[in-house]
Design a protein around this ligand. Structure first.
Ligand code: GRF
Length: 222
């Protein structure tokens, strides 16, 4: 880990440049169809992000995203909390898989299970998440529906580091998406999704480049 002890402000974390040895080794966790995973996988395959996906894992053994990963020849593993004996056992297995595959970073891509503080604390500034709203507005599930019901005119996408709260970690990047009259949760989600794909790839590139700091809860890019 690269935590830099700063005597003036102990809450400053400074990332080296590059952040991790390149090409970075990425683990992707997903629970569903995996379109964000595919965007990351495409970016890795084309070289637009200097990384390779070494593990795709899911808490849903039947997740479509796992099939999509296997079709790309990637290691894709479904884990059932029920079969393993609960969330702690599932996370223990994930930690083993991450160690075995020597993943440097974990990208959550529609991973719907809350990660425990014990898991998150093990990977400080090493877990990224994508959220389909402009945080801190509309955290949690059904963000697009929350936005439509609230009546906001602008929502969007956030990529952030994961801390032990729900969608509360330091923000790497955001992009706005307009909410149109007549939008429902589905139409807004459909307009937000391609922006998610673009932003996740860009944000991952920035994180890998390194040279950024986290001061308090603000990510300061170089
Ligand atoms: C995305 O909207 C993501 O932001 C949210 O869950 C959805 C997952 O979609 N957390 P996909 O599985 O990546 O297609």
């Amino acid at each position: 880990m690269n935590d830099v002890e700063d005597p003036v402000n102990a809450r400053v974390f400074t990332a080296p440049a590059p952040y991790v040895p390149l090409p970075a080794r990425i683990a992707v966790l997903l629970s569903g169809r995996g379109s964000n995973f595919e965007a990351l996988a495409d970016a890795c395959a084309s070289g637009s992000v200097p990384a390779s996906i070494v593990l795709v894992a899911s808490d849903k053994p039947d997740a479509v995203g796992l099939e999509r990963a296997r079709a790309r020849g990637l290691t894709a593993i479904g884990l059932s909390a029920k079969e393993l004996g609960g969330r702690a056992a599932l996370e223990a297995r994930l930690i083993e898989l991450i160690a075995e595959t020597r993943a440097d970073l974990i990208c959550l891509a529609g991973y719907m299970k809350i990660l425990s503080p014990a898991f998150v604390d093990r990977f400080p500034h090493r877990i990224l998440n994508i959220h389909p709203a402009l945080l801190p507005s509309f955290p949690g599930v059904h963000a697009q529906e929350q936005a439509v019901r609230y009546g906001v005119r602008v929502s969007g996408v956030t990529v952030h580091f994961v801390d032990s709260g729900t969608d509360t970690g330091p923000i790497v990047d955001q992009r706005a998406v307009q909410v149109l009259g007549g939008d429902d949760a589905d139409s807004l989600a459909a307009r937000i999704l391609p922006v998610e794909h673009e932003l996740y790839v860009e944000a991952l590139g920035k994180v890998l480049k390194g040279g950024w700091k986290v001061e308090g809860r603000a990510v300061v890019l170089p």
